[in-house]
Design a protein. Structure first.
Length: 233
């Protein structure tokens, strides 16, 4: 079971890294000259996320440092950081490169947008740590459910993080002046997250987590894109 989980982690991160390479490789072939216009800080920001994703799964023995996934209390937030970078920073970078606008305007996304994505992905990752509670306990991986217990993880970590996430969501809506209908549509994944957490039971199948929990990421993307494409502020 542990070997299967490790294999899944490894495949997911390899997929993330390969996706980065494909996206920027294709962009480079079409708009390679614009990459030279990026500042040092912007270049470092671009390469940071695939490097972090690689460190999550791989760790050269010469460096004598742990893989991030072996540090249980950090792991979910690194997942949140990596994926929030992928869906928040990279779209801005690719768009600027395609427009030939690299270096002319900041590639840093609105802070509240990045923060709400970071919290959302981190919460999803912690819920998956709850699923792996028994396995992680057996192998002494100090995740939050192992350190605090499942009940306390929901009470002191997942619950407060979800509340903060919702507050940040509404602050971002106010900052960007979204319409009521856009806000309602974009709030759907947060409402579903609350429902999933409210009716959560530890003994669930892997299919449940892939559909009901991981599926929230897909729903969030669909709702966000739909609210901008089909409705006006």
């Amino acid at each position: 079971m542990v070997q299967v989980q490790y294999s899944c982690y490894k495949k997911n991160n390899c997929h993330s890294i390969c996706s980065c390479v494909r996206v920027f490789g294709g962009t480079y072939l079409k708009n390679g000259h614009t990459l030279l216009l990026l500042s040092v800080s912007e270049t470092l920001l671009i390469i940071a996320f695939p490097l972090i994703a690689a460190w999550y799964t791989f760790s050269p023995s010469i460096l004598q440092v742990k893989k991030i996934r072996q540090t249980g209390w950090v792991k979910p937030f690194i997942i949140g950081l990596t994926w929030s970078g992928w869906v928040t920073v990279y779209p801005i970078v690719v768009w600027q490169l395609q427009q030939g606008d690299a270096g002319q305007s900041a590639i840093f996304p609105p802070f509240l947008l990045w923060l709400q994505n970071f919290l959302f992905f981190s919460i999803i990752a912690i819920v998956f740590d709850v699923k792996d509670f028994r396995t992680d306990t057996k192998h002494q991986l100090k995740t939050y459910p192992v350190l605090l217990g499942v009940h306390n993880t929901f009470r002191y970590i997942i619950g407060p993080a979800t509340i903060i996430n919702i507050v940040v969501f509404f602050l971002f809506q106010i900052e960007r002046h979204f319409s009521i209908i856009q806000t309602i549509i974009q709030f759907i994944p947060y409402l579903l997250l609350i429902i999933v957490l409210a009716f959560y039971r530890q003994q669930k199948s892997l299919l449940y987590y892939l559909v009901a929990v991981d599926g929230l990421v897909f729903v969030k993307a669909v709702c966000g894109i739909s609210s901008l494409l089909f409705f006006k502020k």
